[in-house]
Structure formats: C-alpha cells, structure tokens
Design a protein around this ligand. Sequence first.
Ligand code: ASP
Length: 441
Amino acid sequence: MKKLALHWQILIGMLLGLIFGFAMTFVSGGKEFVIDWIKPFGAIFVKLLKLIAIPLILASLIKGISDLKDISKFRNMGLRTIITYVITTIVAITIGLVLVNIFQPGNGISEETVAKLTDTYASDSGVQSKLATAAAQKSSGPLQFLEDMVPDNAFKAMSNNGLMLQVIFFAIFFGISMLLIGEKAAKPMKDLFDSLNDIVLKMVDLIMLTAPYAVFALLANVVVSSSDPDLLLALLKYAGVVVLGLLFMIVFYTILVSTLTKKNPFWFLKEISPAQLLAFSTSSSAATLPVTMERVEEHIGVDKEVSSFVLPVGATINMDGTSLYQGVAAVFIAQALGFPLDLGGQLTIVLTALLASIGSAAVPGAGMVMLVIVLEAIGFPADKLAIGLALIFAVDRPLDMCRTVVNVTGDATVSMLVAKAVGKLGEPVEKKWDDHYEEVK
Ligand code: ASP
C-alpha cells in the first residue's frame, strides 16, 4: 500500500487532536488528563526541534558560506534578502490596515463585551507578563538591536535559542574567515561542518517521523486550554479580519512564486505544507525552522548557500503574519476603545509594526508583546494598555497559530525568490531517513 504523504499524516493527527481535545472538555477530569498525559508528548517534540536549531544554523551557514566561490555573492544575497523581507512586511501591514479600515471590527463591539473582556483578562497573568516584557524591551536605545547581534561569547550565544542572530553573526564571521585562509587549510573544518550538517538534517527526518503523533498532542492541549467560547465568538469579526489578511498574504506569496520563479505555486504550497502545519501546531517559527530548512532544500531545490542564510535570518526578523496582525490589532483596539486614529497614526503603525516584527522573538505569543510597543508609538494611553490587550487576549492563541504559518511561508517564499535571483534554485534531491539504514541494520 502506498504510504500516505507526510502532510496528510500530520493533518490527520491535527484533526484527531482537535476532536480528542474537544471531547475531553466534556469529560470530568478530561482537561487534567490531557495536560498530565498528552501535553508532554507535544512539548517533547517541540524541544527536539529546538534542540537541533542551533547546530543546524551553525553547520549549514558555515557550510553554505565556505562553499561560496566569492564573497561578493554573499553581500549581494544578503542585501536582496533584507530588502525583500522589508517589502513583504510592508505589504503585509498595508493589507492588514486596509482590511481593518474597511471592516471596522472594533466599532461593532458592545460596551458589555469590552467590560466582560476587561474583567476577565486585564489583570490576567498572561496580559501582565506581556506588558512587563514589553516595558523591559522598550527601555533600550535605537541601536541596541545592532549591539545585541554581536555576541561576546560564542558559546554563550549557542547556549540560548533566543540568541539566534548572535549565532548567525558568529557563523558568518567564521565562514568568511574560513574562505580567507584558502581552500586547503580550510578543508578539515569544511568536512567537519559538511558532515555535521548532514547529521543534523537526518535528525530532522527522524524527528519528523513522530510529527503526526506530536501534533495530536499539541492540538489536544490547545483545545483544552482555550478560552470561553462566548468570548471567542465576540471577537469573531476581529479574528476574521486577521485571518482574511493572512489568506491574502498566502495568495500574495503564490503570485510572487509563480511570476518570479516560474514554478507552480500549488507545488510550492504542497512541498512546504509540513512546515506550515507544524508552524500552526507549535506557534513558533523558531521551532519550525529545522523543518522549513529541510523542506526548502530537499523538496523545493533551494541551494544551501541561500537557505542557510535566508531562513534563519527570516525566522528571527521576517514576520509578515505578525506584523499584519499587529496592524489589525492596534486599529481594532483603538476603534473599540474610541481612541482616534488619523492617517499619521496609521503610518506610524506601518513603521513601528515593521520594526516590531523584526524585534519579535519567533516564539508563541511574542507578537503581542511588540503590539504594546506599536500601541505606545501611536500615543495610546499607558493606563489603558492592559485593557487593550485584554480585548484581544482570548483569540490570541488561535491567531498566533495562523500568523506563524504566514511567517514561515513568507520566509520560504523569500528563500525561493533570492535563490532564483542568484541562480541557486535547482531541482530538489529528497533524502529519506532510511537511505543508509540497510548498511547499519
Ligand atoms: N509565534 C510567532 C512566530 O513564532 C510570533 C508571534 O506572532 O507571536 O512566528
């Protein structure tokens, strides 16, 4: 019997997880059962993915750079990547702002709903911790991000997944220095990183064998931990606007893929779908990164020289879905609380949401932290911030799942565009987990 494609297996796992989680909400002790006995399997899977993220970035980026025939190519690729990321993010924020202005979801929301949401969430520890994190991030100077990018201890950088940009910096610096010592002297290191890279990609294949079961656990847990359905319903229009915007972004990517790379966009979506489904299930582009890299290299044909740079950088700084959401959420909150927002205010949102999405960590819920900074930039009163966040908190998790899909798809799209532009988009060569199994069985 032909084996079901991976994306179908994952989808089935997700669906069963949703149904199971939903059923468990009706059983007494069901929620606790899921949290105690099911959730850990999802958490282990996410941990495994995060476990290999740093070795993968290090090995693939150093390998990618040391394969370069000349360094100027890297500069060209770097510039193209950053510019394309900025353009796609601006498109995303613009789509969000246009939609939220057309549909005005915040204007229809009743005072009772605002009061109920405020009562339920304004002092919730989730909202308060987002405010505290935002306050800590805000107190830094304008060039802080540049300073933060440079590690003072390579091993410390590698010991923290949140310091991905520092690892990228170190790997680029190391790779370029490797090129400069000449091919012969660099060979032992190059062989080491080549082999490390193959090993880590094999680890991705092995971890992915468990993906259909892990997504079951992740989604069952999301369902049992979700908010009161009445509150979710009250925010349906707002959530609908975000989701519609995110769908437009997916359409935008398919247009980019078909016009600029001449590849079939449906093929692109199909090949990238396991990464999208994991982005949805984990709400973390950082955790999804190893899978995105594997899909883009082995199933789409983007050369490692490109993907090893474009994707880790994208996971940290390119968040189209997040910035779209920030635009919609900021205007929604302003509408619902009667805060006037003119064109200047909306343009400020474009700029700050762009910077905020660059600064957002690629982990669940990070977009909401940066939303605080967007709200402050438009002059939203500080004492109402908790109320503002309370308004959207109930639907944040499902929206986070959706925007992470867009974040990951955006990175994959840009890696394809850059690869095409620098002549590095070839035919994919798929590797299976058991290619060498017979030899060691
Ligand atoms: N969860 C998102 C990501 O990892 C970030 C966010 O929007 O909260 O891409």
